[in-house]
Design a protein around this ligand. Structure first.
Ligand SMILES: Cc1cc2nc3c(=O)[nH]c(=O)nc-3n(C[C@H](O)[C@H](O)[C@H](O)COP(=O)(O)OP(=O)(O)OC[C@H]3O[C@@H](n4cnc5c(N)ncnc54)[C@H](O)[C@@H]3O)c2cc1C
Length: 423
């Protein structure tokens, strides 16, 4: 690297950042990938459950990274209902998440990107023709020049704060724990829903085989540690005793950012809060965003204009590809947040009916919830009209003002959900 100057600096070597760095490096762009930790992929805050589509996007060969594959999951309602979500295909793969991160970063490096480990992007200033970023490591600080920065620095993104101080968004706290069961009585993904156990989110058990499993729970409204302890007791009662291995808490961004492109800067992945608001799945979304951002950056560098005028193509491409799905996910979450335990339990029971199981089997897709929920909703108009009317009335009674903020980031008109039907 000459004079500490590169075309693009990518901050953060998670899946989103390494995807961007790889695409750029392969196109011959000079890229520097900064990672504040000494090792890529560690510490890991994630449950590491992805769709087969994610592994294809990552160009993963065969069973590399895969620990277990699943084509079904069981959902436990708050008042005793249980539904099996079964698919004709493999829907989810539990992977070695740290190994995915390492693989993507290594690929970017092999393509020509410089990877600096143990180096944190600290501050920035605008200079003629670009940006100067101050990076710190154990020994001191270094000034780096670049035309463009891609902020892939996760949920606490500094880059997002540099360029968009206004947009704080909603972050949902979650905890995960790796365990080893003495003798687990389940071999499937188990999901627990309801306001008593996990208001606004859910708890999960992902068995990996050999007794190992990943447990986790997210919830709105505080008291997460207490809720997590209660959840662990429930898991112990239902599936057997386990030894606790590693526990971590982290945040899931559940409201996508309004602004993800700026003069000389782009945001990707959790830094842009691109995880799905209904499930928190952010690996696939972050990797796709990483590719789209790199493509927009390539175009901008080629025409010699890395201002918002050219970079906003990334925003457009992102909204075109994922906007509709994110809006739908966000809408689903808004409805779910307004349901009481009796309604949630009723919905779980409905999902176990033969007609619903057929829809789920054929249309379920962990990356695209709308493919299943839109037809499911249509069917509920006939099968459970009272439940839908109740939810619709609740949305109406809240008034659109309280939802304006909730929907504004997705350019979704709150009025549109007050027009008679739920969708
Ligand atoms: C409990 C939990 C479970 C989850 N489970 C799943 C799941 O099963 N499936 C799924 O798809 N998603 C899951 N997610 C979401 C998923 O983990 C994230 O969406 C994903 O990691 C986002 O990738 P990213 O590259 O944007 O950011 P990250 O993976 O967070 O990577 C950001 C990187 O930037 C580095 N960094 C930060 N600041 C700086 C700086 N200033 N300078 C240099 N480097 C910096 C960090 O060290 C980190 O390596 C889960 C999240 C949580 C909290």
């Amino acid at each position: 690297m000459r004079n500490n100057k590169v075309d693009v600096i990518v901050v953060g070597a998670g899946p989103a950042g390494s995807m961007s760095a790889g695409v750029l490096a392969r196109a011959g762009v000079k890229v520097l990938l900064l990672e504040e930790h000494k090792e890529v992929g560690s510490p890991c805050h994630c449950a590491g459950l992805v769709s087969p589509r994610t592994l294809t996007l990552a160009d993963v060969v065969g069973q590399e990274l895969a620990l277990r594959s699943f084509s079904r999951a069981r959902v436990w309602g708050p008042r005793g209902s249980v539904a099996w979500l079964e698919s004709d295909r493999i829907q989810a793969v539990a992977i070695d998440r740290a190994a995915l991160d390492r693989m993507l970063a290594l690929r970017a490096e092999e393509s020509g990107a410089h990877l600096w480990l143990g180096v944190r992007a600290e501050s920035f200033e605008r200079v003629r023709g670009g940006l100067q970023i101050t990076a710190v490591n154990g020994k001191g600080r270094e000034k780096l020049r670049t035309s463009l920065v891609i902020g892939a620095d996760g949920v606490h993104s500094k880059v997002a704060r540099w360029f968009d101080g206004r947009d704080q968004g909603e972050l949902l706290p979650a905890m995960k724990l790796d365990v080893c069961f003495d003798d687990a009585s389940t071999n499937e993904i188990e999901i627990f829903v309801g306001n008593t156990i996990a208001p606004g989110w859910f708890g999960w058990v992902i068995p990996l085989g050999n007794g190992q499993a990943r447990l986790g729970l997210g919830a709105r409204g505080g008291g997460l540690r207490r809720r997590f302890r209660t959840f662990l007791e429930l898991v112990r009662d239902r599936f057997g005793r386990f030894e606790m291995l590693e526990q971590r808490g982290w945040l899931i961004p559940v409201r996508p950012s309004k602004h993800i492109a700026f003069d000389h800067a782009l945001l990707v992945g959790d830094a842009a809060r691109q995880a799905k608001p209904s499930s928190g799945g952010g690996i696939y979304m972050g990797m796709r965003a990483g590719v789209l951002a790199a493509e927009a950056a390539l175009e901008a560098l080629e025409v010699g204009n890395v201002g918002y005028q050219t970079l906003h193509r990334y925003e457009q491409a992102w909204l075109q590809e994922e906007g509709e799905e994110l809006r739908y996910n966000h809408w689903l979450r808004s409805i779910y947040n307004r349901m009481n335990d009796a309604e949630i339990d009723h919905l779980v029971a409905l999902c176990d009916r033969p007609w619903a199981r057929t829809l789920i089997r054929r249309l379920g897709d962990v990356d695209f919830a709308s493919r299943l929920f839109k037809p499911l909703h249509k069917a509920l108009e006939t099968i459970a009209p009272r439940l839908l009317t109740k939810l619709s009335d609740r949305l109406h009674s809240e008034g659109s003002a309280s939802m304006e903020d909730e929907f504004s980031t997705l350019q979704l008109d709150p009025q549109s959900i007050f027009k008679g039907r739920l969708m």
